[in-house]
Design a protein around this ligand. Structure first.
Ligand code: IPE
Ligand code: IPE
Ligand code: MG
Length: 232
């Protein structure tokens, strides 16, 4: 079975920097290059959707300086790599709430989405200002509104709920990788990961490579995904 939807929690930039006597933002800067490498490698490996956790709804708790720097990364990334992504036919998407993102950052994201909207290759989807619990609450509200307005009955089934989520256009996640050694989800795609295979890697994000990705994708192929059934 191939990985249609790959999701990655890009963690460990700060610790990578600290271990080298650098400031945290230098870790984020290095991480941007790794985003490019991971996107190109995933595309070459036939992934259909790559969702990268770039900024969580909880990351606003960080210092204003760090948040400000993180919000500059989309411009840095697209200035350097959008041309190459275009050549590879990659489409940019975003999962998260755009409204609270600073206007200049939102503009950069919107124009990358617009510029690549007709590309038919891999979708490079950034989870920005994203939190899964909030996503689920917003989905519940949307559904409730439809019921209250008489548009539909109170008959929602499990396989219909994802149409209310921000990721409604994408298949469920097959493989989720988190770098930095932390074994937690940190409010990432809780619904979409229901039957995903999980890989926790000890390397911090700045040290993640195409080679590591390839290795984990190979291991994925050997997993016996039973989805609650019995191996036939
Ligand atoms: C991931 O690295 C980047 C974001 C969460 C935006 P961190 O900044 O969380 O780095 P650590 O986990 O503190 O090392
Ligand atoms: C998760 O990493 C969010 C992103 C990678 C964007 P965090 O570093 O914010 O998660 P915690 O705080 O270690 O759980
Ligand atoms: Mg972290």
């Amino acid at each position: 079975m191939n990985v249609k939807h790959l999701a990655i929690i890009m963690d460990g930039n700060g610790r990578w920097a600290k271990a080298r006597g650098k400031v945290r933002t230098e870790g984020h800067f290095k991480g941007v290059e790794v985003v490019r490498d991971a996107a190109i490698a995933a595309n070459d490996l036939g992934v259909e959707v790559l969702t990268l956790y770039a900024f969580s709804t909880e990351n606003w708790k960080r210092s204003a300086d760090e948040v400000g720097y993180l919000m500059k990364l989309p411009a840095l990334f697209f200035n350097r790599f959008l041309k190459e992504l275009m050549e590879k036919n990659i489409r940019i998407a975003m999962t998260g709430e755009m409204d609270q993102i600073p206007a200049d950052t939102a503009k950069v994201l919107t124009s990358a989405i617009e510029e690549t909207k007709n590309n038919t290759g891999m979708v490079l989807n950034f989870a920005m200002n994203y939190g899964s619990q909030r996503e689920i609450v917003l989905a519940a509200r949307k559904y409730a509104e439809e019921v209250l307005s008489g548009k539909r009955a109170n008959d929602l089934e499990v396989d219909q709920f994802d149409q209310y989520l921000m990721t409604s256009e994408f298949p469920p996640v097959d493989l989720m990788i988190r770098t930095s050694g932390e074994c937690r989800l940190s409010n990432f795609l809780l619904w979409q990961l229901a039957y995903a295979e999980l890989e926790f890697i000890d390397l911090p994000w700045p040290e993640f490579t195409a080679e590591t990705l390839k290795e984990r994708m190979e291991q994925f192929k050997k997993r016996d995904r039973r989805f609650g059934g019995v191996k036939g």
